[in-house]
Design a binder for this molecule. Structure first.
Ligand code: ATP
Ligand SMILES: Nc1ccn([C@@H]2O[C@H](COP(=O)(O)O)[C@@H](O)[C@H]2O)c(=O)n1
Length: 217
């Protein structure tokens, strides 16, 4: 059976990580949430704001552990839950627009996908990280649906937010991600667009598994 890489890109709260985890589990592939990597560097930056990004990425140790999803270790400390908090979300787009940060993480992500067998989600996976991925998905949903989903998410995590604030925050983050100079969020020409608005998690997972099966023949 072929070994493939699957790239899943799209805006905030479209459902990328949820679906990527399920697809990876079903196909016994490795799951990588690249957003968590940018969030981890954002945390390091907030704790060391006097340090240049070049120095910062040169001195940190970032590890991802696939353990019922993905755990994130920064310099040995488990920061999986910490990086979902509002201060990280409010600063991550700025950090992700820094050339030194992108070069550091894209190189790491390309190393992770070198031997294939990875489902990787983010903003630039199909365009920049693995442009030769055998299957590329561009996942979208209405901003209203994404705000509702994130509201439920945050409530489950004990993070304070309101629907209106999330609509504004998600729209702002989408704009920042789509308009930055380096590796902006965009649909790869050969990506298949899936609008998950009104679709269940199972339905979306089934659709992507069917597409992946065609590539695995
Ligand atoms: N098709 C769907 N229908 C309903 N809820 C969904 C669907 N897909 C994902 N969700 C829920 O929406 C929330 C956000 O999903 P997820 O975190 O996977 O999005 P994301 O695109 O990875 O977001 P981000 O890029 O901000 O990390 C999760 O709580 C998830 O359970
Ligand atoms: N490949 C990627 C992944 C993420 N980003 C930036 O990180 C932010 C957080 O990502 P989430 O998936 O956790 O929402 C995202 O808004 C981007 O600014 C990126 O640039 N490239």
């Amino acid at each position: 059976m072929n070994k493939i890489n699957i790239a899943i890109d799209g805006p905030a709260a479209a459902g990328k990580s949820t679906i990527a985890k399920r697809v990876a589990e079903a196909l016994r592939m490795v799951y990588v949430d690249t957003g968590a990597m940018y969030r981890a560097i954002t945390l390091a930056h907030l704790n060391n704001q006097e340090t240049s990004f070049k120095e910062l990425v040169g001195q940190l140790e970032l590890r991802l552990i696939n353990d019922d999803g993905q755990r994130v270790l920064l310099n040995g400390e488990d920061i999986t839950d910490r990086i979902r908090e509002n201060d990280i979300t409010e600063n991550v787009s700025f950090v992700a627009s820094q050339q030194e940060v992108r070069e550091f993480l894209v190189q790491l992500q390309q190393l992770m996908t070198r031997d294939k067998g990875v489902v990787m989600d983010g903003r630039d996976i199909g365009t920049t990280v693995i442009p030769d991925a055998e299957l590329k998905i561009y996942m979208i949903a209405s901003v209203e649906e994404r705000a509702n989903r994130r509201l439920l998410d945050n409530a489950a995590r004990g993070i304070v937010s309101t629907y209106d604030q999330l609509v504004a925050d998600i729209s702002e983050r989408d704009h920042l991600d789509m308009t930055r100079d380096i590796s902006p969020l965009s649909k790869a020409e050969d990506a298949i667009q899936i609008d998950t608005t009104g679709l269940t998690i199972d339905k979306v997972t089934e659709r992507i598994l069917a597409l992946a099966e065609e590539k695995l023949q």
